[in-house]
Design a binder for this molecule. Structure first.
Ligand code: ANZ
Ligand code: ZN
Length: 874
């Protein structure tokens, strides 16, 4: 066998060009076959692809190629999430226009993706920064506005006083702007909102229908939506203690069972009563100003030390007019949730407990864990949040917590003060409306104008798109659209008078909330979607991406799809029928003697007596650190380009699929790449050897197969059946293992075959070689095409139909039966499927466990139930 080494560097570009020229991955909207839509989360055009992309896109490509072979019309598109901050940062740092920077990056990354051999339909490529895309987004904004799904309202934002810009919560780090380092302030701004809360319950309920989503993601969404069934309670206030004679305070609670454990009331620093009290109390005013320095990020608020200020106001307990509770302004109470006011029950809420422990207000446990002596039960530093029975709670004592909630709710609903009940049940959601205004240049302009006479006016549909001006400057902080000399000045579409454009642009999450819809017909100019095309492709059958998008991107897309349905642009509600979240690519870290991180490419590893050491090329030792997610900051990245140039895309793809289950992290190692490369060469040799033995391609199937041919055929169909099943279930690492197994089987079989094997064997070798190539084609498409050619196949393997499993070849040769002695199971016996009763009986009696149970005696009787069980009667 003198097959040349497989040369990926030559083969890969060749096949990519063939695929391209034949246009075989372009999907047609009028193709009548059943559809399959597979999509990977589209990338941000940062400039280069990273290993995470390689993993993500390889998985999607395996599915796409497999489904194509199974006879589906497959939609597998790619595009660019192309608006966003990094382009503006680059503009500021390097004086390059965000558009140029973005499109140059797109070109570079597209070339990289092409070198991976992905079976993408590039004819459908979209970039969200292109007016041909965002024009339709503006149109939908106006449709949503008309449908009551958009609103303009005041809201709190994180304001960076140095960069003069609003920051997203993620951009606030320890209370400071991520770029400027300035202390972030809270400001009130008028902003645009998508009314996602209109769909809170629907978005929650429909999670139950997403049975092909990871449980973990559904749970994260559920928690994010955060449904609570609670009670509004109107506490009476002692008017003598309130700033302007206010007489009541309404709170929201989900734990009304704990009312007798109340120790204080808490007001949000933004609560009107807090503000009113601050007017008369400068110290309180200062405290409130201090609270605002934390920014609006929930995480920051949660992490901040619990602090409060006693306003002097006193509230009256709803079940005991003589019980007075101090009213504090507390930094952990949010104005945006419930009523912005709470009653605090420290024994059963950790925040409340931290708070009272600081201010010495004490706690009274009112729920006692089952099995504990109520007299002995105390709470120290850790609140008891579990289930139990009510104690110290007067008429509630002895009830379960659910009974107590019901009792309290019933009593307070029945108590009337003024004209209204004191208690009112309500379902509350944690989900907030989606603020989409960004004070940035590189985003989709919000298509409205502000007229002094007519107020906010939508830009007429005929005037869309509102495009971004090109001549902008980044020499000063703030929004370049705002200070552009002419762009924002326009006329009012209603009165024709002077008006100014909205200078806010949309959150980039809007761009990514519907790109999967646009792919169904990215050409139509008159509307965001072509309804027949959208209806025929949607929903996405398999969506694949990172867990970091488990909440916002997916939730926004689910909302957007509903809003598009409400405005007639699509006919579905749930965009992604199947979701898969892949694990990360991790790598060892290396640290030089100077404490700086060192790139893997600069490091040489040596293994001496099983111990690995690392050094630089000049011999300086390097410390091997823990295996961590590939990241620029730790420099433990591997450049996909380098790998593809050195080993080929197929090796990179194969690595990404093998060993680790796709939902887990995968560790990239040099040894691992070598091993995959070796296997590629081995497959190549096997196929070449097989090609020499294999019968001609058009020979009829023999009527009879001898033992070696049959064994090979069984191994082949076994592998075919298992790989098919595992691709369907996205268990790629198992597919890889089955392919290794089949490769071993063919190799052993060929080695054992004589110099001139029989025709039936030659036929089986051909069948096996073809199926083997088809099995690894979705994973290593270039190698597969090359092998397909070696096997003398006229067409492309990428266009070949998936082979059919012959079910009778899957039947196992042996069968395993349980063996009982006097009704008690003693073991299992494995016999040939064709074994007769006597043979089974003998094998069963020969079992050690059975011999032991018989204790040297002969059995009275042995009953063999064919294919089921062996019963020995002693
Ligand atoms: C009394 C109580 C006792 C509470 C107890 C909890 C435990 P979920 O369930 O997530 O909806 N809360 C209400 N409004 C708040 C606000 N604006 N800012 C901060 N906290 C607020 O949370 C509802 C619970 O969170 C409510 O139940 C309230 O505290 C608090 F042992 O009331 B609870
Ligand atoms: Zn006007």
């Amino acid at each position: 066998m003198t097959a040349e080494r497989y040369n990926a560097r030559v083969a890969e570009p060749r096949w990519q060009q063939v695929w391209d020229e034949k246009g075989i991955f372009a999907s047609k909207n009028d193709d009548p076959r059943p559809k399959y839509y597979v999509l990977e989360m589209f990338p941000y055009p940062s400039g280069r692809i990273h290993m995470g992309h390689v993993r993500n896109y390889t998985m999607g490509d395996v599915v796409a190629r497999y489904k194509r072979a199974k006879g589906f019309r497959v939609l597998h598109p790619m595009g660019w999430d192309a608006f966003g901050m990094p382009a503006e940062n680059a503009a500021m740092a390097n004086k390059v226009h965000p558009r140029e920077w973005t499109y140059a990056n797109i070109a570079a990354m597209k070339a990289q993706l092409k070198s991976m051999g992905l079976s993408l339909d590039w004819a459908r490529e979209v970039a969200t920064c292109d007016p041909s895309y965002y024009k339709h987004q503006q149109r939908m904004f106006l449709d949503f506005l008309a449908a009551g799904l958009v609103e303009r309202k005041q809201s709190k934002v994180n304001w960076d006083p140095v960069d003069q810009t609003v920051l997203a919560n993620e951009q606030v780090i320890d209370g400071r702007g991520w770029r400027s380092g300035a202390l972030v302030e809270q400001r009130e701004l008028t902003q645009w909102f998508f009314k996602i809360t209109k769909y809170s319950q629907e978005l929650l309920s429909a999670l139950d229908t997403l049975d092909r989503w990871p449980e973990k993601v559904r749970l994260m969404q559920k928690n994010w939506i955060g449904r609570s069934e609670g009670l509004h309670v109107r506490f009476a206030l002692d008017p003598a203690t309130t700033p302007n004679g206010e007489s009541e305070l309404e709170i929201f609670t989900t734990r009304h069972d704990t009312l007798f454990g109340a120790k204080f009331m808490g007001l949000s620093p933004d609560h009107p009563l807090a503000k009113a009290a601050a007017e008369k109390n400068p110290a309180l005013k200062a405290f409130i100003a201090e609270c605002k320095k934390v920014g609006t990020a929930q995480e920051a608020i949660d992490k901040a030390e619990k602090r409060g200020f006693d306003t002097g106001i006193r509230a009256i307990h709803p079940f005991d007019p003589s019980w007075r509770l101090p009213v504090y302004v507390a930094n952990f109470v949010l104005m945006e949730y419930g009523t912005g006011a709470i009653f605090g029950c420290p024994a059963h809420d950790q925040r409340d407990l931290d708070f009272v422990n600081k201010y010495g207000l004490g706690n009274t446990p009112v729920v006692c864990p089952e099995g504990q002596d109520p007299k002995m039960f105390v709470v120290g530093d850790e609140a008891f949040v579990g289930d139990g029975r009510m104690i110290n709670s007067r008429f509630l004592d002895g009830m379960t917590f659910a009974e107590a909630q019901e009792e309290v709710a019933k009593r307070l609903e029945g108590t009337v003060r003024g004209n209204a009940p004191v208690g009112r049940r309500e379902v509350m959601y944690r989900l907030r409306d989606w603020g989409i205004s960004r004070q940035r240049y590189w985003g989709c302009p919000i298509p409205v104008v502000h007229c002094r006479t007519c107020g906010v006016q939508p830009v007429p549909a005929a005037d869309l798109p509102v495009t971004l001006p090109d001549d902008i400057t980044f020499d000063r902080p703030g929004n370049p659209l705002d200070r552009h000399p002419t762009w924002k000045h326009t006329t009012c579409p209603k009165c024709g008078g002077k008006a100014v454009r909205e200078t806010d642009t949309m959150d980039t999450f809007v761009d990514s909330s519907w790109y999967f819809v646009r792919f169904t017909d990215p050409w139509i100019e008159t509307a965001p979607t072509d309804r027949p095309a959208a209806d025929s492709w949607l929903p996405v059958d398999q969506y694949i991406g990172g867990i970091e998008h488990a909440i916002l991107h997916l939730l926004y897309s689910r909302f957007f799809t509903r809003a598009m349905k409400a405005t007639g642009h699509v006919g579905i509600e749930e965009p992604f029928a199947g979701l898969f979240t892949q694990g990360m690519v991790v790598h060892e870290t290396y640290k030089g003697t100077d404490g700086h991180w060192v790139m893997p490419a600069e490091v040489t590893i040596e293994t001496v007596e099983g111990k690995r050491t690392a050094k630089l090329s000049d011999g300086t030792p390097v410390e091997i650190g823990p295996v961590e997610k590939m990241s620029k900051s730790k420099k433990n990245t591997i450049d996909p380009d380098e790998i593809i140039k050195t080993y080929g895309a197929d090796v990179a793809r194969w690595f990404m699929l093998s060993d680790s289950p796709p939902e887990r992290d995968i560790e990239w190692t040099e040894e691992g790449v070598q091993a995959r490369w070796t296997f590629v060469q081995r497959l190549w040799r096997i196929v070449n050897e097989a090609a020499e033995v294999a019968s001609a391609g058009d020979l009829p199937r023999p009527a009879f197969f001898g033992e070696p041919a049959l064994a090979l055929r069984k191994a082949t169909h076994q592998a075919l059946s298992r790989v098919s099943d595992d691709i369907e279930k996205l268990r790629f690492n198992r597919c890889v293992a089955h392919i290794y197994e089949l490769a071993n089987a063919v190799q052993a079989s060929l080695a054992a075959a004589g110099a001139s094997p029989d025709q039936d064997y030659r036929w089986a070798v051909r069948e096996c070689a073809e199926i083997l190539v088809q099995l690894f084609h979705p994973m290593m498409p270039h190698l597969a095409e090359e092998c397909w050619e070696v096997l003398g196949q006229p067409g492309l393997v990428a266009e070949a139909a998936w082979p059919e499993v012959e079910a009778d070849l899957l039947v196992e040769d042996t069968i395993t039966l349980p063996v009982q002695v006097n009704g008690k199971k003693r073991g299992d016996v494995t016999v040939p499927r064709t074994a007769g009763k006597a043979e089974v009986e003998a094998a069963a009696l020969a079992l050690d466990a059975v011999q032991k149970a018989l204790d040297g005696k002969l059995p009275k009787k042995v009953i063999v139930v064919p294919n089921r069980i062996v019963n020995v009667v002693a």
